[in-house]
Design a protein around this ligand. Structure first.
Ligand SMILES: [Zn+2]
Length: 280
C-alpha cells in the first residue's frame, strides 16, 4: 500500500495556459544574448549589449531618417522586363515575382522625398531582401530619377546602400547602370548639390565600385561589410591571408576609404549636421 494515492486518475489540464513566445525574441548572432524584439525596435535594430547593427529594410530606413517617418515615394513604379530571358536555378521572372511579393516593392530601391530635421532632402534606400539589393536597369533608372529630382529641386541627396552588386540576370545592362548613375552624380556635383553616401551591411561589387563611393561624404555603418570582391576570392588571387577585420567599416576608415563610421542611432543628427555644413 502506498502512502499517497491520487484521488482522480485523470490529470485536469483545463487550467493550463499556452503562452505564445514565438517571434517575440531574437538571438544576437554576435554576443549570443537573447533580445526582446520590441526593445530591439526601440534601438533601431542595434543590439543594446554588443552594438551589433542588424540589417533593416528600405522602408524602415526611410522612416528612421525622415521627420515623423513621413515621406513622399517617387520614381519606384518601374519593373524589370527580363531582357535576357535569364534562367539559372529558376527563371529570373519568377525570382522577381517572389521578391515583389515578399518586399512589397517593385524592385530593390525605394526613393523618398521628405524632411530631415526640417531640411528638404531626397533619400534613396536599397532593399537587400530584393534579390540581394542587386543593381539592375530598374534600380539604375530609379536612382537616376532621384538624382535628377535632387538636381531640379536643389535638394541634398542621401543614398543608403545595401547590395551584393550588379544583377547578373541582367548581364551587361546592369553594368551599364554604373556609368549611368555615376554620370548623373557628376551633374549633381557640377551644380554643387550635396550627395552623402551611407554604406550599410553589406555593400559590395558594382555598387561599391560606383555610386556608393562617390559621395561628398562616404559614411559606413559599424561592422558593415564593404568591398568589391569577396575575401575568399582575394585570398585565392593574392595567395595571402587577409588581416583581421578586412573589408569592415572600421578597417576601411582607418585606411582612408571612408570618411566616418556612424552608429545608426546617431546617423540622423550626423547627417543633419553635415548637410548644415554643406548647405551654408
Ligand atoms: Zn549583441
Amino acid at each position: 500500500m502506498s502512502w499517497f494515492s491520487r484521488e482522480s486518475a485523470n490529470v485536469d489540464s483545463s487550467g493550463e495556459k499556452k503562452i505564445k513566445t514565438e517571434g517575440l525574441w531574437v538571438k544576437c548572432d554576435q554576443c549570443r544574448k537573447i533580445l526582446w524584439k520590441k526593445e530591439l525596435d526601440a534601438t533601431f535594430k542595434v543590439c543594446p549589449h554588443c552594438g551589433k547593427h542588424f540589417r533593416i529594410d528600405a522602408k524602415t530606413r526611410l522612416s528612421q531618417l525622415f521627420d515623423d517617418g513621413q515621406y513622399e515615394v517617387f520614381g519606384c513604379n518601374l519593373i524589370s522586363t527580363d531582357p535576357l530571358k535569364f534562367i539559372d536555378l529558376k527563371p529570373y521572372a519568377e525570382r522577381l515575382k517572389n521578391a515583389r511579393r515578399e518586399t512589397g516593392l517593385q524592385d530593390a530601391i525605394l526613393n523618398g522625398k521628405g524632411r530631415l530635421n526640417g531640411r528638404t532632402v531626397i533619400i534613396s534606400a536599397l532593399e537587400y531582401r530584393f534579390i540581394g539589393g542587386s543593381l539592375g536597369a530598374v534600380m539604375g533608372e530609379g536612382l537616376t530619377r532621384a538624382i535628377e529630382r535632387a538636381l531640379r529641386e536643389k535638394a541634398p541627396l542621401i543614398i543608403v546602400s545595401a547590395s551584393g552588386g550588379a544583377r547578373m540576370m541582367e548581364g551587361c545592362i546592369s553594368l551599364m547602370q554604373l556609368a549611368k548613375i555615376s554620370a548623373a552624380l557628376a551633374r549633381l556635383d557640377a551644380e554643387r548639390v550635396p550627395y552623402i553616401s551611407v554604406l550599410a551591411d553589406p555593400t559590395t561589387g558594382g555598387v561599391t565600385a560606383s555610386f556608393a563611393m562617390l559621395g561628398d561624404l562616404n559614411i559606413g555603418e559599424p561592422g558593415a561589410l564593404i568591398g568589391f570582391a569577396g575575401p575568399r576570392v582575394i585570398e585565392q588571387t593574392i595567395r595571402q591571408k587577409l588581416p583581421e577585420g578586412f573589408q569592415r567599416s572600421e578597417f576601411l576608415l582607418s585606411h582612408g576609404m571612408l570618411d566616418a563610421v556612424v552608429p545608426r542611432l546617431e546617423l540622423k543628427p550626423y547627417l543633419s549636421k553635415a548637410l548644415k555644413f554643406f548647405c551654408s
